[in-house]
Design a protein around this ligand. Structure first.
Ligand SMILES: Nc1ncnc2c1ncn2[C@@H]1O[C@H](COP(=O)(O)OP(=O)(O)OP(=O)(O)O)[C@@H](O)[C@H]1O
Ligand SMILES: [Mg+2]
Length: 213
């Protein structure tokens, strides 16, 4: 689960949101919708400390953390629209880097887990390719596989289906539903209301729920 309390974020003098509260149970999928520029991407960046916030606490299954606590970065996975894959590393190495560096997994254990994840996501053949050799849908799934390699409790996706065809969109939906079965809490920013309806349990409408200033 994740419970966000009293989260406030400003860029300089410009308040993006104030005292934002949001809770998700394990296995729940929340669609986050709202107009461009309202603060959706900013919200998920503050969950790991990628963007500093002015105030707030984040409660996970194992405790309550002040927003910005570095421990959150290993527990909450963010998956961005532009994938952020490391371009100079093969797919398999994209998956094993963080588990080895952050979780101190052995090379063989990290490799074994990475191969299992790639197989689950239909990417076994792509393990030794570089990101530039992948299609958009494959890159998106590698981004998801890389996040899953860290065994996150929470996954937040930023527009996971933008630019994907129907088949790739369906694969992403399947991945999310499988993770739901495993009890992962997922937060999905999307402008695709049809996708939101197909995958999410609830909708968080930024324009309605968020206070400014
Ligand atoms: N690093 C930054 N410095 C200053 N202002 C920023 C920064 N990042 C975002 N903003 C501003 O914060 C507001 C919210 O941006 P954000 O990217 O969170 O919007 P969004 O809801 O994700 O929009 P979209 O649907 O277009 O992706 C915007 O006005 C944006 O210009
Ligand atoms: Mg955004």
């Amino acid at each position: 689960m994740i419970e966000i309390k009293a989260l406030t974020k400003a860029y300089g003098d410009k308040v993006i949101f104030k005292d934002l509260n949001l809770a998700l149970a394990n296995g729940e999928i929340l669609a986050v919708t709202g107009p461009s520029g309202i603060g959706k991407t900013t919200l998920i960046k503050t969950l790991t400390g990628l963007e500093p916030a002015q105030n707030g606490t984040i409660t996970l299954d194992d405790g309550t953390y002040p927003v910005g606590d570095p421990k959150l970065a290993a527990k909450v996975a963010l998956i961005f629209q532009d994938f952020n894959l490391f371009p100079n590393m093969k797919v398999i190495d994209n998956l094993t880097l963080a588990p080895r560096l952050v979780k101190k997994e052995s090379k063989s254990a990290a490799n074994q887990k990475a191969k299992e994840l790639l197989a689950q996501l239909g990417l076994s053949e792509q393990a030794d390719l570089y990101p530039y050799q992948l299609s958009g849908g494959q890159k998106q799934r590698v981004g998801i596989a890389r996040a899953l390699a860290m065994d996150p409790q929470i996954i937040a996706y930023d527009e996971p289906t933008s630019g994907l065809d129907e088949q790739s969109t369906d694969q992403v939906r399947q991945i999310m539903l499988n993770l739901k079965q495993k009890g992962v809490a997922q937060l999905v920013i999307t402008h695709d209301l049809e996708f939101a309806k197909a995958v999410a349990d609830r909708n968080f409408d930024f324009a309605k729920e968020v206070q400014y200033g």
